[in-house]
Design a protein around this ligand. Structure first.
Ligand SMILES: Cc1cc2nc3c(=O)[nH]c(=O)nc-3n(C[C@H](O)[C@H](O)[C@H](O)COP(=O)(O)OP(=O)(O)OC[C@H]3O[C@@H](n4cnc5c(N)ncnc54)[C@H](O)[C@@H]3O)c2cc1C
Length: 343
């Protein structure tokens, strides 16, 4: 290790939006790409590396063993405009929402449906963040990653990132040595809004009446809806949607509709159906219900909150109870959305 000041104290607290107690055994704060060789040198002989942006999608254990990297490198630069596309490089440590605001301010439209999602730019491709009918993969050209084992930079084209609903190759254990350093976005110069999601569909009606809808209007609407629907983690600790919305075939969906005519769902382009996990959890009577310090949010049944003093084990116990009830009532398995280390 060439520069000991990269290390913060051993067993230092790792802040996370769920406010779970967590101490990192050894923590490295990555502030610049120039620090990457020193980082590889430091982790070379260590088996476990945890990469963390802002810990808004993590259910952390009391002690995070091994090596932890907090990704904090910053920078945004317009690379070029060609073929009707704007290419912009954004460093992994940039705050996602700040980048969305910055892009909108420059007239680089497209990201407005993804406003106010907590977290960093580097974590956005990991679970292919999505909201209001848009997933981030749509705007990704390529990703620069630092291979911690080989101490090498490489560039991955969007097609090699295996993007799917809340998933990518970066979630696989075998890729845990790939640190996302920056993301190259490809934003269309000729912008078209995405308004198919129920909460935004009134804009689509207005558009068909000949009204022009701006990216700023879509951004404002998304921010407003999110503020009303989702608890702010700085006030009520949470990690966003705790369960993925399960995707089922049309056949399975028709079966479920027969026994649950009010089933809330969203038809995908593939013909499959995405079921509203929050609705199913609500039907099982969990909305607003607390077990010890873990409470299902009273307005959004998909969100588990820490009312004070909860640990990783408390949260996972409640998650298991909820998924057991949903399985018993609907025959559908729920999958946890946040990443859970040492569970
Ligand atoms: C209130 C709330 C609302 C949310 N709403 C949404 C939503 O609408 N849509 C949605 O998709 N998500 C949502 N989330 C989840 C979360 O915002 C996203 O998953 C976000 O991308 C996490 O960013 P982060 O920097 O906090 O990542 P972290 O929680 O720190 O890490 C998440 C994962 O990414 C990995 N990772 C982080 N940085 C890097 C890097 N540089 N290189 C490689 N791997 C890395 C980590 O190892 C981990 O596996 C919400 C969360 C909260 C708390």
């Amino acid at each position: 290790m060439s520069n000991p000041e990269y290390f913060v104290e051993q067993l230092c607290h790792i802040s996370n939006t769920m406010s779970l107690p967590c101490r990192g055994e050894r923590v490295f704060v990555l502030r610049s790409e120039a620090d990457l060789p020193a980082l590889s040198e430091a982790v070379a002989s260590r088996e476990r590396v945890h990469l963390i942006g802002s810990a808004s999608n993590l259910v952390l254990p009391p002690v995070l063993e091994g090596f932890t990297v907090l990704v904090r490198n910053r920078g945004v630069s317009l690379v070029q405009e060609s073929g009707g596309v704007r290419y912009v490089d954004v460093s992994a440590g940039e705050v996602w929402h700040d980048w969305v605001v910055h892009a909108l301010g420059k007239g680089w439209n497209g990201l407005e449906n993804l406003a106010l999602i907590p977290g960093t730019v580097g974590a956005a491709p990991v679970q292919n963040i999505g909201a209001y009918g848009v997933e981030v993969e749509r705007f990704i050209d390529s990703i620069r990653v630092w291979d911690l084992q080989r101490a090498q930079m490489k560039t991955l084209a969007r097609q090699s990132c295996g993007f799917q609903y809340r998933d990518s190759i970066f979630k696989r254990d075998e890729n845990s040595h790939l640190l996302i350093v920056s993301v190259r976005f490809a934003l269309p110069v000729d912008w078209q809004p995405v308004l198919k999601y129920p909460d935004l569909v009134h804009f689509e009606h207005a558009r068909t009446q000949g009204e022009a809808i701006s990216a700023q209007e879509v951004f404002d609407a998304v921010v407003d809806i999110r503020r009303r629907k989702l608890p702010d983690p700085s006030v009520i600790p949470n990690s966003g949607s705790f369960f993925k919305n399960p995707v089922v075939s049309e056949h399975r969906y028709e079966d479920l509709r027969r026994s649950h005519p009010d089933l809330v769902s969203f038809r995908l382009d593939s013909g499959d159906y995405k079921l509203a996990a929050g609705w199913m959890i609500d039907q099982c009577g969990w909305k607003g219900h607390a077990v010890g310090p873990v409470m299902v949010h009273e307005r959004q049944a998909l969100v588990l909150t820490n009312t004070g003093g909860a640990t990783q084990a408390d949260v996972l116990d409640v998650a298991r109870l909820i998924s057991g009830d949903v399985k018993a009532r609907f025959g559908v398995s729920l999958e946890i959305e946040p990443v859970c280390w040492d569970c």
